[in-house]
Design a protein around this ligand. Structure first.
Ligand SMILES: NC(=O)c1ccc[n+]([C@@H]2O[C@H](COP(=O)([O-])OP(=O)(O)OC[C@H]3O[C@@H](n4cnc5c(N)ncnc54)[C@H](OP(=O)(O)O)[C@@H]3O)[C@@H](O)[C@H]2O)c1
Length: 514
């Protein structure tokens, strides 16, 4: 039965969000980890916040045979364990009435015949207008059969149509190099118009990441100094405390450069370095970001040793728990040269960023889970309070913390109270949780809502995915040419290899202590 409106509470944010029409969300990979831990909890939270459309259906697909009731019980567990807001049984009961499951093999054309029949039946029952979103939460090897199945069965409709619409969400990884990314884009592009393809990088849904543009373009004080004249360098860090856990099969094929830099770190770099877009139209914003990728200086075979460091963790301790060395993790080859850590120095070759290094680092089994962008400003002249060359003043740093505690801080130098003219660096801190008094929505909440609203600003456009892969593939090829059988090492639970320290220290700088 069509349900009543589910606006549980009136949220002020609602007013500014675009309206979303009733729709059917089909999750390929509904029985998988991502659906259970992230997607269903995100939908449930949207319902709690009164942001889901008045009517909707969630239809999960997977190979595991399950009834609707069994699927609801499985995803309920996901909500209990992973939801931002606690499960309220009455609200869950309302939500669960909209959740269904269909078992099928992605390669089997019959799956799409049955899917179409089921979707149409549910759309009739719930009086839905036929708007459909297909979420590819499946291994990339299934993308082609799913796209072909959707096209062949007519489920994808005419993807340029505005109403009813058919949209597709593509999970990362979109490829493992330029050629495979182009192949995925070609397959999805044959069936769906680019405006209907939403390539997820969940970092773009995080509050602080969205705030990067606001900080830069909604404040008058930053833009005049946001350039090579005032900025010494930028550091982007995404550190993970966990090792690879049970994901060896995936990670052995990926490594830190593909898994984190190609998407999250380069997207952050684009937001820091982009020119002001002339409007917030999705394509205008994405054009500005695309320009940054075009300006990235290639790291070729000749520079790869100078500008990149890759390494693997060895046995150590993380959060008091022993971690085996990477090569001893279950499912990892004993002679693996997959990098679990990477540090890069790169340059955006345009007027604004001329000569400003961007240092990027990411790794697994590091001391803590944290992500931040730190913009370090130039040193002041060596006079007045900075006259002592033996004890230079700490330069100003603007830090945007993405996780764990989203916020922003500015380091400034202040006078120490007392009779002596002593100075000391202090931090001006802003924490989202403290100021706005409520936790930020999870990235997947924001992004699922964007897809329902048809807003692609926070998704990766085809040209950007391919440009970032082109830049990354060059590094991968240069590494391959090095023909290494061994990588530098760092003990699990430490901040990476000494080689990474040397990369930045050789420029007279050092990594930030997080
Ligand atoms: N988990 C994360 O946090 C995360 C984060 C970012 C990106 N991703 C990406 O998202 C995708 C899904 O990840 P996941 O962690 O959910 O993986 P997963 O737990 O292994 O789940 C994979 C899902 O795909 C289904 N599936 C696989 N092959 C199929 C086939 N031939 N026909 C029909 N269904 C098939 C599985 O169904 P059955 O289990 O019923 O067989 C399951 O529902 C992957 O591409 C992954 O790289 C995941």
């Amino acid at each position: 039965m069509p349900s009543q409106s589910h606006r549980i509470e009136h949220s002020p944010a609602q007013e500014t969000l675009p309206p979303v029409e009733p729709c059917t969300l089909v999750i390929f990979g509904g029985s998988g980890d991502l659906a259970r831990r992230r997607l269903i909890p995100a939908l449930y939270n949207l319902l709690l916040d009164g942001l889901l459309p008045s009517n909707y259906v969630v239809l999960g697909l997977g190979r595991t045979p399950m009834s609707d009731e069994e699927f609801r019980a499985a995803v309920r567990d996901g909500v209990v364990n992973h939801s931002r807001q606690a499960l309220i049984q009455d609200t869950w009961n309302v939500f669960a009435r909209h959740v269904f499951y269909l078992a099928g093999e992605n390669d089997d054309p019959q799956t799409y015949v049955r899917l179409k029949a089921r979707a149409e039946e549910l759309e009739r029952t719930f009086q839905l207008p036929g708007n459909r979103i297909f979420y590819l939460s499946i291994p990339p090897s299934s993308f082609t059969p799913v796209c072909e199945g959707l096209a062949g069965s007519g489920l994808a409709g005419t993807s340029t149509a505005r109403s009813p619409y058919a949209r597709i969400i593509v999970e990362k990884p979109v490829g493992r190099d330029l050629a495979s990314a182009q192949a995925i884009n070609a397959v999805t592009g044959r069936v769906f118009d680019e405006s209907a393809i939403f390539r997820i990088d969940h970092y773009l849904g995080k509050e602080t990441v969205q705030n990067l543009m606001v900080v830069r373009f909604a404040n008058s004080i930053f833009e005049p100094i946001w350039n090579h004249k005032y900025i010494d360098h930028v550091q982007i860090t995404v550190s993970e405390a966990e090792g690879i856990g049970t994901r060896a099969a995936y990670y052995e094929e990926a490594g830190a450069l593909r898994d984190m830099v190609q998407n999250h770190l380069l997207q952050l770099l684009c937001l820091v370095a982009m020119e002001p877009p002339y409007s917030l139209d999705p394509d205008v914003v994405r054009n500005s970001k695309m320009e940054v990728l075009r300006c990235l200086r290639p790291i070729t075979t000749k520079d790869v040793e100078r500008y990149t460091v890759r390494a693997q963790y060895t046995e150590g301790t993380a959060h008091g728990k022993p971690v085996p060395g990477y090569r001893r993790e279950k499912g990892v080859k004993s002679d693996s040269i997959t990098e679990t850590y990477v540090a890069l120095k790169c340059f955006v070759e345009n007027w604004r960023w001329s000569g400003v290094p961007f240092y990027l680092r990411t790794g697994k089994a590091l001391p803590l889970r944290a992500s931040e962008v730190a913009v370090q400003f130039k040193e002041i002249p060596q006079i007045l309070f900075n006259a002592n060359a033996q004890a230079p003043q700490a330069p100003n740093v603007l830090t945007l913390r993405i996780q764990p505690e989203e916020g922003l801080s500015l380091r400034i130098v202040s006078r120490v109270p007392g009779t002596r003219a002593q100075t000391h660096p202090v931090e001006m801190n802003f924490k989202y949780g403290e100021v706005f008094g409520r936790p930020s929505p999870e990235a997947y909440e924001r992004l699922l809502l964007d897809v329902m609203a048809g807003d692609a600003s926070r998704f990766m456009r085809r040209d950007a995915v391919e440009a970032s892969w082109a830049w990354i593939t060059q590094i991968l090829e240069a590494w391959e040419k090095q023909g290494q059988h061994w990588l530098p090492e760092y003990e699990a639970g430490t901040w990476g290899p000494v080689e990474a320290d040397r990369l930045i220290q050789s420029d007279g700088r050092s990594w930030r202590v997080l």
